[in-house]
Design a protein around this ligand. Structure first.
Ligand code: ASP
Length: 431
């Protein structure tokens, strides 16, 4: 099915381009199909983010020996995802790939253009805590939902035993929404054909097609450079921790990273990552807790993708973004990255949240659709690499120096042969 899908997407790209250039009027009249596809993405985004965040946060509370391991993990995740987003935003500000591209590429499919409004701190806080959470959800205001999910999860943890059914419910819901996204992705070729075709038709009618292709290629180049830099600083960290064993770390990490490239899913790669952690002699209990947890929330490649794409769209639309507005993109990208749940193209769905917060029309996603499948493979590799470095860092921090010496003794592996591997179920959820 995967291969079939790949060819269908290629076919829809070719048909969209040919249709957009040769029959622009016809393509424009089929724009509603693409709008339908975007509506379906939006339909799932909110419940997915809510259930994924509640599931991830409450899972910390369910782990008895959380202590310092949990704190180190959260600290690492926040640092690494922040670095990723900052690297991406800086590169976009330097290279400015979106400047000069025709806004029609985005506006062609937009029902209405939202203009950025200046937000001061107090009104920002007021939008985070609205009086009616259902009304906020109905208006698709994502940040209040995120804050509500965080407070809700903390309350579940502190209630304890009697809140267990609620936590289980949200974990189950998360799996259901992931399944719905997988189904929705089967419609990608149709949505892509319509959205790409009508955007190209619009650009072709204005004779600005080549300019647009150049801008997209520059954007992809800048994003790949950002991913590379993100891997690089984490490699420097590995080098610091492992000294002479850094090359061995990369060698062992290459297997899960290749699996990530092939599956486009960090969750599906989890069993292979656990095997790599075992080969790397990372402490069993650290790996068993940190890897699944960080696989769910440490999606630095995804967060960077959401931030750079949003800024890229803002550049195309000629929206001037103050530092405060870029800070908004920074925060929402971090949260949206966490909500992407480690499944193929999950990041594309949660990006809607970042777009909304920056007042960019969601139709902008059309520009990414032709490239998202391949970009997803690269950002998933970076996500998986990040989770392994996270596990190694937490292990480094939580292992006393003297034990560390003992651990690299060859007899260590033999003594720890009984390390169990977390398996993934057929739908990608962790058992
Ligand atoms: N496919 C990514 C992952 O599994 C998520 C995304 O960026 O879409 O890590």
């Amino acid at each position: 099915m995967n291969n079939k899908m790949f060819y269908l997407i290629l076919l829809s790209i070719v048909l969209g381009i040919v249709g957009g250039i040769c029959f622009p009027e016809h393509m424009l009249s089929m724009r509603w199909i693409g709008t339908l596809f975007i509506n379906l993405l939006k339909l799932i985004a909110l419940p997915l983010i809510f259930s994924a965040l509640v599931g991830a946060i409450t899972s910390i509370g369910n782990t008895k020996r959380l202590g310092s391991i949990g704190i180190y993990t959260i600290f690492y995740v926040l640092t690494s995802v922040s670095f990723a987003v900052i690297i991406g935003l800086v590169l976009l500000n330097v290279f400015k790939p979106g400047i000069g591209l025709p806004p029609q590429l985005i506006l062609a499919n937009a029902a209405a253009m939202h203009h950025a409004k200046a937000i001061d701190f107090s009104s920002f806080l007021l939008t985070l805590f609205p009086p009616n959470i259902v009304a906020a959800a109905a208006k698709f205001e994502i940040m209040p939902i995120v804050f509500f999910s965080i407070v809700f999860s903390i309350a579940c943890i502190s209630v304890g035993e009697s809140a267990k059914p609620v936590m289980n419910l949200f974990n189950g819901l998360r799996d259901v929404f992931v399944k719905m996204i997988i189904w929705l992705m089967y419609l990608t070729p149709i949505g892509l054909f319509s959205l790409l075709g009508s955007a190209i038709a619009e650009a072709a009618l204005q004779k600005r097609l080549m300019e647009s292709v150049r801008g997209m290629l520059l954007f992809i180049f800048v994003f790949m450079m950002g991913l590379f830099l993100q891997c690089l600083w984490q490699f420097a960290l590995v080098k610091f921790m492992k000294r002479k064993n850094a090359a061995e770390f990369v060698r062992q990490a290459s297997n899960p990273m290749l699996t990530a490239f092939v599956t486009s899913s960090s969750i599906a790669t989890l069993p292979i990552a656990l095997i790599a952690a075992k080969q790397l002699k990372l402490t069993d209990e650290v790996a068993r807790f940190v890897l699944p947890f960080s696989t769910t929330i440490n999606l630095a490649g995804t967060a960077m993708y959401e931030a750079v794409s949003t800024l890229f769209f803002c550049q195309i639309l000629g929206m001037h973004l103050s530092i405060m507005s870029q800070l908004g993109i920074f925060i929402t990208s971090i949260v949206a990255g966490m909500g992407a749940t480690g499944i193929p193209e999950g990041g594309l769905v949660t990006m809607i949240m970042v777009l909304r917060s920056a007042n960019v029309p969601t139709s902008a996603l059309v520009l990414l659709l032709p490239f998202d499948r391949i970009l997803d493979r690269f950002r998933t590799m970076v996500n998986v690499w990040g989770s392994l470095v996270c596990t190694a860092t937490v292990d480094y921090l939580s292992t006393a120096k003297k034990d560390r010496g003992a651990k690299y003794n060859p007899s260590y592996l033999a003594e720890n042969e009984d390390i169990g591997i977390v398996a993934t179920s057929s739908n990608g959820s962790i058992r």
